[in-house]
Design a protein around this ligand. Sequence first.
Ligand code: AMP
Length: 398
Amino acid sequence: MSMMNKMTVADIDLKGKKVIARVDFNVPLDAEGNITDDKRIRAALPTIRHIIDQGASLILVSHLGRPKEGPEPKYSMKPAAKRLGELLGKEVILAADVIGEDAKAKAAALKPGEILMLENVRFHKEETKNDPAFAKELASMADIYVNDAFGTAHRAHASTAGLADYLPAVSGFLIKKELEIMGKALENPDRPFVAILGGAKVSDKIGVIESLLEKVDTLIIGGSMAYTFFKAKGYSVGNSKYEEDKVELAANLLDKAEKKGVKLLLPIDNVVGKEFDPNTETQIVESDKIPDGWMGLDIGPKSVELFSEAIKSAKTVVWNGPVGVFEMEKFAVGTRKIAEALAASSAVTIVGGGDSAAAVEQMGFADKITHISTGGGASLEFLEGKELPGIAVLNEKK
Ligand code: AMP
């Protein structure tokens, strides 16, 4: 999907207008309700500043967490509104509801340059159902719709897509940047183009593997996914996690890679453990020698070397998913070494959201990566070549 023809917030006259902007302020909170990481709020700042600097008033809408039925205080947007106010050095008004009397009164009273944050949009079940009446109520408060929530762009909800049925719809700068960087990598990458896929399940990533096989020079597979591929090669995998019903598919993918001339790299050695436990006994074994009673939990040192060499010679690298059980210290080494290789590379490096993004950030490598996507699910679907509903609904440039 190309972003080139979609209108952005820079292409529309905002002066004196009321703008409703969908942002992704789904920030992590500790038990006391303090924000533990505000990067999603900071990622929306360029769009927010642009809108108010142009003389518009701004109504922000976001979800936070997964409220079940109606308003729940622990999922209030209050901490996010407060943090945004601190970052901007400016008051952010918080509405007591989403489309209720308080929100509507505050939206109506909003003056140019002022910012109103609505309450958690998922306090209404109509949001995730993309209910048209609900979207219309939201739209009634504003003149223009800006979508800058990349993290939910793969969802067709009322605030991520439905609003575009009632208002002129443009993207914010975050969505623009996400799509430009990832779009270039997929459409016209500097080569060699290397992708690293890790994580738990082949079934989650079939679409991505198939799509990337059409584009990359080298595809590296780690994580428990690798064991399904080992099975396809006829190796025994001991107690490693793998998907029996995906072995045939893995065999086909190996075949396809060979026919296409794509180098498909699997781990050549593994850190195996007796139990799925942080303190379990471990050893390092070659991939066709995993003993009965042991399970593969991380890639081994030879694999680290092999994968790092591929990364080193690449001009574009895309990484999605940890190559081991990185939540356990003993099995986090492989994932860390991959992060290190990306950080040391002079290639365009793109890290999909989720676990691999967290790994890169925890290690302090974030500023050495070209782009860390703010959306795990959305970036995976983008890499699969799927159309993202939150982008599809935006107006085309004339
Ligand atoms: P995903 O959400 O698909 O990216 O999967 C991430 C999860 O995969 C993490 O929680 C890892 O612990 C897990 N994982 C990675 N490698 C392995 C492995 N060898 N065995 C079991 N789980 C793994």
